[in-house]
Design a protein around this ligand. Structure first.
Ligand code: HEM
Length: 230
């Protein structure tokens, strides 16, 4: 058992755990984004039906859904804890916590701000889960609905609030920024480097970041403008 303990406390162990969990979360984000795209269907009735159907499909998985949710908690938890441990370790190693931090060496801007975009996203995720995952129960009194409240009612209500939509757009830009550097890092940390394929992987990673960050931001803006123009 001591080797596990040694591994999770080593610098490379922390980085690899962050990379593996981050890699798995990339898959979750893509599936989640595809479901969210139903919010772009122009016809309102068809849009509400499609969006609620996606949620009902997940709910129908019952036990499997609980397993997937527990998996997500572990993935996010391990990713965040190891990101914070690595950041603290790097800071201590530079032994300059009290000095003005400057962008160093060949670090790109998204790489330099990983900890800040990540921290903002963590705070946003708490808001996201509270309002969307538990929104039907917690905010049922303030969300307009006919008959039984649906997930579509919840999402439409929150995205019609300008302050809420603004926070989301900022969060999605942070997400795009975070992934811009993050996807390539997953492969690099796991040692998956090849002179021919690495540039292709990095290019695909940046396309993925733009798709998920930009695509989700477009969904939020579309929902907001649709309600504002009613
Ligand atoms: C426009 C963007 C997004 C929309 C419209 C959206 C919508 C939703 C909705 C409606 C739920 C509740 C699902 C349910 O109760 O069945 C949900 C859950 C969740 N979302 Fe999002 N989401 C977005 C972006 C994101 C992003 C970028 C992340 C991660 C960084 C994320 C992470 C999660 C997580 C972890 C859950 C809980 C899943 C579960 O426990 O079943 N979402 N989202």
């Amino acid at each position: 058992m001591s080797w596990i303990f040694k591994y999770v406390n080593s610098s490379i162990g922390k980085k690899q755990l962050m990379a593996v969990t981050g890699g798995c979360l990339l898959g979750f984000l893509l599936v989640h984004f595809v479901g969210n795209c139903t919010l772009l269907i122009p016809d309102e009735a068809a849009r509400a039906e499609a969006f609620n159907k996606v949620a009902d499909t997940y709910a129908s998985l019952k036990f499997l859904l609980y397993v997937a949710e527990a998996g997500l908690v572990v993935l996010f938890g391990v990713h965040i804890v190891n990101a914070l441990r690595t950041w603290r370790e790097n800071r201590a190693a530079r032994a300059a916590g009290y000095e003005v931090q400057t962008r160093v060496g060949d670090k790109s801007l998204p790489s330099f701000v990983m900890i800040y975009t990540g921290t903002f996203l963590l705070a946003w995720l708490v808001l996201h889960i509270l309002t969307f995952k538990f929104g039907k129960g917690v905010f049922a009194d303030i969300i307009p609905h006919d008959g039984q409240i649906t997930l579509y009612d919840v999402v439409s209500f929150w995205f019609s609030q300008s302050w809420y939509a603004a926070i989301y757009v900022i969060a999605m830009l942070c997400l795009g920024f975070h992934l811009w550097h993050g996807v390539g890092s997953v492969f690099q940390t796991l040692g998956l480097r090849h002179p021919k394929y690495t540039p292709i992987i990095e290019f695909c990673g940046k396309c993925y970041a733009a798709l998920i960050g930009g695509g989700n931001a477009i969904i939020v803006i579309t929902c907001f403008l649709r309600e504002a123009c009613k």
